[in-house]
Design a protein around this ligand. Structure first.
Ligand SMILES: NC(=O)C1=CN([C@@H]2O[C@H](COP(=O)(O)OP(=O)(O)OC[C@H]3O[C@@H](n4cnc5c(N)ncnc54)[C@H](OP(=O)(O)O)[C@@H]3O)[C@@H](O)[C@H]2O)C=CC1
Ligand SMILES: O=C(CO)COP(=O)(O)O
Length: 323
């Protein structure tokens, strides 16, 4: 199975490295000419995954058309750009493994739903879980959810992608796997705010637990399964991203908690903090589904410029609830 990767950021590059294990050929599409040149010329992605020696069997291209010979495509462009890149790719019936985490602004669609609109004949799988790209690229032990309704395709993808340090857990719940990854990015911003504002570890633990309740309510309302939300792609990824400044979303939250404006924090970065784009559309999708998501609403308020103390006070003064 020849693997193509759409996206030359940190995660696309780390996944290419996984797929190139044992010298298997992998073709990676990157938008930036400097990334293509760096991978083809020096076997590294100096811009997004510096310091990692990439397998020489990874070749990069700036042409989405070049992916037409691949047997499966890993989709790793930021969620808001998936529609545009897939529209330019001759996907046909090639299986798509969605690895981006987010909800599309405007349509409120999960990335898999976007992919299905653009490439209706392509079978869909989702790969998601607690996976900092630099750790995966360094071969550190990692476990993820691989969700696909087609059991035969799931098995073939798992055989192609799994390795001793990259363990895949099978699921048939594509929606649940996607919702965990999208929602945890928003909650990670909130946990970063707690850190940046110096609110303490008790507050962070409370936020993780109440955030998980929020993720579960939304996930169940959208048709996800409870066991997926408590698995690697839900709770597992929430725990990882809510506890480390290696997370871009958590780091963005730290800056917000210190009182820095969102526009300045977002303008400073070349890498993507998906939660900033997911939060407002998640708030709308939750309202549509009649689901209460107070932590998400608080993150939206902070991104829109509200004062940290006011937002925290509003969260703490909510009426008492049953757990
Ligand atoms: N990094 C990680 O550890 C993990 C990331 N993910 C998910 O993977 C996805 C990609 O993240 P990641 O690889 O980290 O991204 P990075 O932040 O490392 O890089 C972003 C990439 O997206 C590209 N990009 C920006 N705008 C567009 C566009 N209009 N069309 C196509 N590509 C564009 C950037 O190119 P340019 O420089 O030209 O703007 C760059 O290559 C996200 O959904 C993220 O949540 C999932 C698991 C782990
Ligand atoms: O999704 C991730 C880890 O699973 C990466 O998190 P950040 O995008 O917050 O860095």
């Amino acid at each position: 199975m020849k693997i193509g990767v759409i996206g030359g950021g940190a995660w696309g590059t780390a996944l290419a490295q996984v797929a190139a294990r044992g010298g298997a050929p992998v073709l990676l599409w990157a938008r930036e000419p400097d990334v293509v040149a760096s991978i083809n010329g020096a076997n590294q992605n100096a811009a997004f995954l510096p310091g990692v020696a990439l397998s020489p069997s990874i070749r990069a291209t700036g042409s989405l058309g070049a992916l037409s010979g691949c047997d499966a495509l890993l989709v790793v462009a930021p969620a808001q750009h998936v529609r545009a890149v897939l529209a330019e790719t001759a996907v046909g019936a090639t299986p798509l493994v969605l690895c981006a985490k987010g909800i599309e602004a405007g349509t409120k669609l999960l990335v898999g739903e976007v992919a299905h609109q653009v490439a209706p004949r392509a079978p869909i799988a989702v790969l998601s879980g607690p996976t900092f790209a630099h750790e995966v690229a360094a071969g550190k032990p990692t476990a993820v959810t691989l969700a696909c309704e087609d059991e035969d395709l799931r098995t073939r993808l798992a055989e192609r992608l799994a390795g001793p340090a990259f363990r895949l857990y099978a699921s048939g719940d594509v929606t649940g796997a996607e919702i965990g990854g999208a929602v945890k990015n928003v909650l990670a911003i909130a946990c970063g705010v707690v850190e940046g504002a110096g609110l303490g570890l008790n507050a962070r633990a409370a936020l993780i637990a109440r955030g998980f309740a929020e993720m579960t309510r939304f996930g169940l309302a959208r048709g996800g399964q409870a066991e997926t939300l408590t698995g690697l792609s839900g709770l597992g990824d929430l725990v990882l991203t809510c506890s480390s400044t290696n997370s871009r979303n958590f780091s963005l939250g730290v800056g917000l908690g210190q009182g820095r404006p969102a526009a300045e924090l977002l303008g400073d970065r070349r890498t993507v903090a998906e939660g900033a784009f997911t939060a407002p559309v998640l708030r709308e999708a939750a309202a549509d589904a009649g689901v209460d998501m107070p932590v998400t609403a608080a993150v939206c308020a902070l991104l829109e410029g509200a004062d940290v103390r006011d937002v925290v006070e509003a969260l703490l003064s909510r009426p008492m609830k049953a757990e």
